[in-house]
Design a protein around this ligand. Structure first.
Ligand code: PLP
Length: 385
């Protein structure tokens, strides 16, 4: 088997220290060892959420964190505005609908970011119709398209038009890799997931909530139990989680946070920006058409169109026999996109390697790619970023 290069936008590769931490013996989850561990993990994440609120850690994938954000703070019938720029925006809306929220969708073309003025207009229309949104759902980084929303300006507009509206943010593929300022941007709930920037296997969702959100939780009436964040909030000062947690994943998160602290937040963000620049330049130099609007292209996942006449599964087979795992398109872009994940434990060298393999795969199916142009462009952009 060739060396394996896992370049999907999660699960992301585990550093050795994180793999090793996964082989630790169990400890009791109501004892002092776990108490210390959960506090360390929670506090260790604050610098990446940038909030004075506690970061709660749920045993579930990211979707569970999004569900928690819906059921803890909303009531059936609540008007909700969902700003959707792709598959995960649609999913956030589906969760709200499943629990009876009255969802209005504001959809943008896939590949584009949300436009703040359109968000303003949508809120005004809802307010004028007597349906002031109780919450706005926004995806920070849309993994299905490789677009990062201009979250600070969206949040500013939402706050200006509807001061009491909760801003619920899907930050699953963003937090820990690109800047997040939960308090400064006045966001109410931010969710992320272990298998993305955090370099931990899937199975943990991390969620922080603002004082405004906690006030709303008292009156919220959606059915909630496992994903009741009030129970998580109240357990945290005791160094506990309400239910038996995935203890092994907490060991691994603790190890990953130590690595992140050693590297430093700004260095982590710079490394992701360099990898994003490298991926975009490498693909473009090989003639792939980048899918994301260049002004809002993501630094955690890069998407490009599968060239006309090329078959995604044939192309992907060529990547896979060379050890490269990429992601394809999702939802309506299935079979039409390739996506390179570059979050977590990834360097510009890793991106250059991925671009080399993409070049080989493209040549193998007969695409007209100029040899060596992609890797050279990727390296230049990555080192210049
Ligand atoms: N939201 C975004 C932006 C994601 O990228 C993902 C996973 O890829 C999810 C939500 C869902 O998270 P999970 O698959 O961990 O439930």
């Amino acid at each position: 088997m060739p060396p394996q290069y896992l370049r999907i936008p999660g699960p992301t590769p585990l550093p050795d220290a994180v793999r090793k931490a996964g082989s630790e013996q169990m400890v009791g989850h109501r004892g002092p060892e776990f108490m210390e561990l959960v506090k360390r993990c929670s506090e260790g994440m604050n610098p990446y959420f940038r909030t004075a609120s506690d970061v709660m850690i749920l045993t579930s994938s990211g979707t569970g964190g999004l569900e928690a954000a819906v059921v803890t703070f909303l009531s059936p019938g609540d008007p909700v505005l969902t700003v959707s720029i792709g598959n995960f925006g649609e999913r956030f809306a589906q969760i709200a609908r499943a629990y009876g929220a009255d969802v209005t969708m504001l959809e943008f073309d896939w590949g584009q970011a949300a436009d703040a003025q359109a968000v303003r207009a949508a809120i005004r229309e809802m307010v004028a119709g007597g349906r002031t949104p109780v919450a706005v759902q926004v995806t920070y980084n849309e993994t299905s398209t490789g677009v990062t929303n201009p979250l600070p300006s969206l949040a500013e507009v939402i706050r200006a038009e509807a001061p009491d509206t909760l801003i619920l943010v899907d930050g699953v593929s963003a937090v820990g890799a690109i800047p997040m300022e939960m308090d400064a941007w006045d966001l109410d709930v931010v969710v992320t997931g272990a298998q993305k920037a955090w370099m931990v296997p899937p199975g943990l969702a991390m969620v922080a909530a603002s004082p405004r959100a906690w006030a709303a939780a008292d009156a919220a009436t959606m059915p909630r139990f496992y994903f009741d964040l009030v129970r998580h909030r109240d357990a945290l000062p005791k160094g506990q989680t309400p239910w038996t947690p995935a203890v092994g994943l907490f060991f691994q998160l603790d190890a990953a946070l130590r690595l992140m602290e050693a590297e430093g937040r700004e260095a982590i963000y710079a490394r992701h920006a360099a990898c994003g620049a490298a991926a975009r330049a490498g693909l473009a130099a090989m003639g792939f058409e980048l899918f994301a609007d260049p002004d809002n292209a993501s630094d955690t996942v890069t998407s490009a169109l599968v060239p006309d006449g090329a078959d995604w599964s044939a192309l992907n087979d060529e990547f896979r026999v060379r050890g490269l795992q990429l992601a394809g398109g999702q939802g309506k872009m299935k079979g039409r996109l390739l996506r390179i994940g570059h979050l977590g434990d990834v360097t510009v060298d890793d991106i250059v390697t991925a671009i080399e393999i993409i070049e080989q795969g493209a040549l193998a199916i007969g695409l007209p790619v100029e040899p060596a142009a992609g890797p050279a462009a990727a390296r230049r952009a990555g080192e210049g970023a």
